[in-house]
Design a protein around this ligand. Structure first.
Ligand code: NAD
Length: 486
């Protein structure tokens, strides 16, 4: 059985209190790893190591020198691709087909992209007129922010953690990462890659544990932390924002969504079905950008529902390394209970269950896993909880609409504002509708097509701030203006 330790100052350390917790395999329910829970003292040691490392060799390196090391980190992930893949899929239960195309390659890419981006990240300069006629120059100097606390979720563990660690390190900061208690393994493995790549001790640290009264709270409330970057649920984001308010630390918050897809009658139906199938069911519905509300123009409503349900009914549920697998289990039994409670609630709220709605029958060796059926509903009122709350499972509600204005109003009728998808072949409509939706990112005739230079983040309860390209670099640096009188 695997042991996952904390990674502090370049070495793996057991919990100082000898405390461990169990990590179960979501496919089978069997014990996969013992994880060392960081105590307050362990978190103190990690933050101290990160602070000391700020003024060590890391802080004195040029951007190019740091960039070369981050390239080696990416190469280290590539070289151990199979190990990262197996660990990520064992933690999450997701199919190799997804993790080998998205999670692991993006995990490596996040280091290369930001190592390059930081080299082209300009500052500003202004010439100022002064009464004596001689003038002054203002030159902005960009500096690292300091020790960054990284709190990451379980749905795309390596990808979302490196999405923060990559730019933070490229800008010269040091980090203490608290990965999700559900998926600690690849973050821990990254410590070995960091050491092999020549990242100095203390630059990258990992503390394991839970949120409240555990490593998450110890880290975010720690006075030695200069800024916090968080991805996870909105309710947790509010707690993190409160922690960040103490000492007025900067905070970046990426939270949940209840994302709409608008399917117009002038869409390419094959493309819309294929894209919506992915946006609803990929990663067993555990993608923050995933679609949970589908609105379809009435003339094509019946055909769309029928075709989407037929395609989803064909999914093969199974083990990550089985090439036939389309969908894995949910991440944990706890999350399975949450999703199943919404499956029941949908029925109670009057849904028509078009597909699924329960637990699939699995072979005996997988019967202990966190499996749920892909599920589609119609007929729910707009104010039902199933239509308003993020479920984070392989499910969606489909509702007809009659006009473009109605579709936009329905899309915006949510407290969230993360992502949306618009399916139409009419370019004017695509522009009109996509810009009328209040959210951070809209895909037209596609979904999850990401250019890492572009802004990523949410409006309303989906978050604060933007990540991606220069937006990430902006967060991980401080501008100091130097005013020089001539
Ligand atoms: P979560 O909020 O339960 O946990 C996220 C992280 O926060 C974990 O590491 C957890 O241990 C930690 N945490 C929990 N309570 C804490 C506390 N009081 N103090 C400090 N840390 C604490 O989220 P999750 O269940 O791991 O992830 C799923 C959620 O993440 C969904 O809502 C999903 O939409 C969202 N998400 C958002 C994005 C995005 O980019 N916007 C991406 C992926 C996931």
């Amino acid at each position: 059985m695997r042991e996952v330790k904390n990674f502090i100052n370049g070495e793996y350390r057991a919990s100082s209190a000898g405390k461990t917790f169990d990590k179960l395999n979501p496919c089978t329910g069997s014990l996969f790893a013992k994880v060392h829970e960081a105590t307050r003292e362990d978190v103190d040691a990690a933050v101290k190591a990160a602070r000391d490392a700020l003024d060590g060799p890391w802080g004195r390196m040029s951007e190019s020198e740091r960039g070369a090391i981050l390239y080696k980190v990416a190469e280290g992930i590539d070289a151990r691709f199979d190990e990262f893949l197996a660990a990520e899929c064992a933690d999450t239960g997701k199919p190799y087909g997804i993790a080998s195309h998205i999670d692991i390659p993006r995990g490596a890419a996040n280091f290369r992209v930001f190592a390059d981006a930081v080299k082209n990240f300009a500052t500003e300069a202004f010439q100022t007129a002064t009464p004596d006629g001689k003038g002054a120059f203002n030159i902005a100097v960009r500096k690292r922010k300091g020790v960054i606390a990284v709190i990451s979720p379980w749905n795309l563990p390596l990808l979302l953690m490196t999405w923060k660690v990559g730019p933070a390190l490229a800008c010269g900061n040091t980090v203490v990462v608290k990965p999700s208690e559900e998926t600690p393994t690849t973050t821990s493995l990254l410590g070995e890659v960091m050491n092999a790549a020549g990242v100095p001790p203390g630059v990258f640290n990992v503390v394991n544990g839970f949120g409240p009264d555990s490593a998450g709270a110890f880290l975010t409330e720690h006075k030695g932390v200069d800024a916090i970057t968080f991805t996870g649920e909105t309710r947790t984001g509010e707690v993190i924002a409160r922690a960040a308010a103490k000492g007025l630390r900067d905070v970046s918050i990426e939270c949940g969504g209840k994302n709409p897809a608008l399917v117009f009658a002038d869409c390419d139906m094959d493309k819309a079905i294929e894209g919506t199938l992915r946006s609803v069911f990929a990663n067993c519905g555990q993608v923050c950008l995933g679609t949970e509300r589908v609105y379809v123009e009435r003339p094509i409503f019946d055909e769309f529902v029928e075709r989407l349900a037929r395609a989803a009914a064909d999914f093969t549920l199974g083990l990550p390394d089985d090439p036939r697998t389309d969908m894995g289990p949910l991440v944990s039994h706890e999350h399975q209970q949450k999703v199943l409670s919404y499956y029941q609630l949908a029925v109670d709220e009057g849904a028509q269950v078009v597909l699924g709605g329960g637990v699939p029958e699995m072979p005996p060796e997988l019967a202990g896993g966190a499996w749920v059926q892909p599920t589609i509903w119609t007929g729910l009122p707009d104010d039902s909880r199933v239509v308003r709350e993020e479920i984070f499972g392989p499910c969606c509600h489909i509702r007809p609409f009659d006009t473009e204005e109605e579709a936009i109003a329905l899309a915006n009728d949510t407290t969230y504002g993360l992502a949306s998808a618009v399916w139409t072949e009419n370019v004017s409509r695509a522009l009109r509708v996509s810009t009328a939706i209040d959210c951070g990112i809209t895909w037209v005739n596609s979904w999850f097509l990401r250019d890492l230079r572009t802004a990523f983040g949410g409006t309303k309860e989906s978050g604060i701030g933007r990540e991606g390209g220069e937006h990430s670099l902006e967060f991980y640096t401080e501008l100091q203006n130097v005013c020089i009188k001539i």
